[in-house]
Design a protein around this ligand. Structure first.
Ligand code: C5P
Length: 233
């Protein structure tokens, strides 16, 4: 898989999701992200339905538990045939290794496995006062990214602004999957550090994850195509 735009389908139901995806012509099947809200509402069936319709899927469930539990959960998810899924690097290298084992099917194939380093909602103050990590957040992100690499994962979720540092500090081929993307003129919403799709491309992101700038656009299809033009073409 190469550079691509992943559309975050942050909808509450299958009905809303299909209504949105039905705007795309038959030959144009965006890579989609299914997060906790939609997955918990609709269960594995929503994954099967979107796969059947020809979409690539990033299943964003951010697993974090003891290694044995995560390995077994990943084994179940491996049967869903998603293209990418994720976990929290904070679960340790042992947990990430377990996850990889669980995710690998009998024929050796598996979805891409990506680690969340620090959530973008965590700032330096919360890191120190609540999580009790007294290091600069960038150092923490890089250290977690290196742990993910050690465990054999494929990449991390990070800001496009961090993509270059991750590629330099870990490995050029280590994937950076980056939310926090906005068009020049659009509302940032609750995202604080944002970049345009074109800038994300310059910064070396491998995949951009775009939600509201596409799903809430007056013309979602055109907004998606604009992301592809700026980021991929
Ligand atoms: O609507 P918006 O473009 O902000 O959506 C971004 C998507 O990426 C959401 O589904 C959000 O949960 C996800 N995400 C994020 N920041 C992270 C990890 C995931 O914004 N660190």
């Amino acid at each position: 898989m190469g550079k691509d735009v992943i559309v975050a389908c942050d909808f509450a139901s299958k009905e809303e999701t299909l209504k949105f995806l039905d705007r795309f012509p038959a030959g144009e099947k965006p890579f989609v992200k299914i997060g906790m809200e939609l997955f918990y509402a609709e269960g594995p069936e929503i994954v099967r339905e979107l796969k059947k319709r020809g979409h690539k899927i990033f299943l964003d469930l951010k697993l974090h538990d003891i290694p044995n539990t995560v390995e077994k959960a990943m084994r179940v998810l491996s049967r869903l045939d998603v293209d990418m899924t994720n976990l929290h690097a904070a679960g340790t290298v042992k947990m990430m290794e377990g996850a990889l084992r669980g995710l690998t099917r009998e024929d050796g194939s598996r979805p891409l496995l990506i680690a969340v380093t620090q959530l973008t909602s965590t700032d330096q103050e919360r890191l120190e006062k609540e999580i009790l990590i007294e290091k600069p957040i960038n150092e923490v992100v890089m250290s977690y990214a290196k742990s993910a690499k050690t465990a054999g994962l494929d990449g991390v979720v990070c800001s496009p602004l961090e993509a270059g540092v991750v590629h330099e500090g870990v490995d050029k081929g280590f994937l950076t999957v980056t939310p926090g993307v906005r068009f020049e003129e659009s509302d940032k919403g609750d995202q604080s550090r944002v970049t345009t799709p074109a800038r994300a491309k310059e910064l070396g992101s491998d995949y951009i994850v775009v939600g509201r700038p596409i799903t809430q656009a007056a013309d979602p299809l055109e907004a998606y195509r604009r992301c592809v033009r700026e980021f991929v073409d």
